[in-house]
Design a protein around this ligand. Sequence first.
Ligand SMILES: [Zn+2]
Length: 329
Amino acid sequence: MSKFFDDFVHLKVYLVGRCTKCKHYNELMVHDYGRLPYSKLEDEMDRTNHPIRPISCNKCGTEYKPQQLVYRDVVRDSEVAKVNIDYSNIIDDEKSAAMQEGHDDRFKIYQKREQEFWAAYTEFALEDWKSAVGELMRQEIEAGFAALGKKTTLKSDLHARREVLQKIAASDRRSFWIAANQEFIVGELLDLGVMGWVPIEFAKRYGAARTRFGVMYFPIAEALEDLRTKYIGLLFKRERGDNAFLLRRIGQLTDAAHKQTVKYNKALRQTDEQKHVIAEMQDKLGVANARITELSRQQPAQSRDSDDIRRIRELKSFVGELLAELRAI
Ligand SMILES: [Zn+2]
């Protein structure tokens, strides 16, 4: 997939975020992949889950929910990725296990429905051959020609596409299409697995029509269908044409879901912050009450001096204010 396939990478993963109590920024390293060639790292990442767990603040000791996952490359001293943690989307262990299982089983699932998928996919291409060929890149077209045992010299994507339209007989189109699409279907959709799909990038590299077909119909595990729905929403956001209304609606739903998610994550954090404020007030309240009790116990009521009486009155009004504040939260 990448031209840096044999380069070494040393990736470390951190949970990061600001403390909900004192706002201090903390990081916790949760995984060290060690120094690996890029090709090996992809396999390792495939097998590794980073559980999201609370981190504790170095400054005040509070445990709180991290806001982001950060991936850093130690070799290049650079941040590779920063991912917001979506707490509305944190799935229970059972669902997460089913998704991982679906991911691990992807080759088996594909094999079972491989023929049916390719039949539909070639049908889709043959319906509008010219547009389908218009999305192929030069190296894909080379693979197609090679599979048919034809030698060609292709100068550019455009030249290669013209050659296909001129030189591939109607009876050869099926075999040509299958060979030319191995990189996209097998090298990307199958090898990466749904959890690793990047639909927007796919659409840029392989063209919008092929990407839509692949994302909508590629055989996947039931447990991963929610992800597919999310990707469809992403791809069809700016669609025009016959299905425009329906597809725009899916896009809107995805938008709405995204807005809800942002709201949810924000609310969750505010709740945590309020919990700290309440806990702090309860501490103060406890101290004030203890002080009142102590002062009252020290001397019998008749002989209290005016200082003590004033202090008790002040403390009592402080308690009253705290209680009013607590009620206001
Ligand atoms: Zn803190």
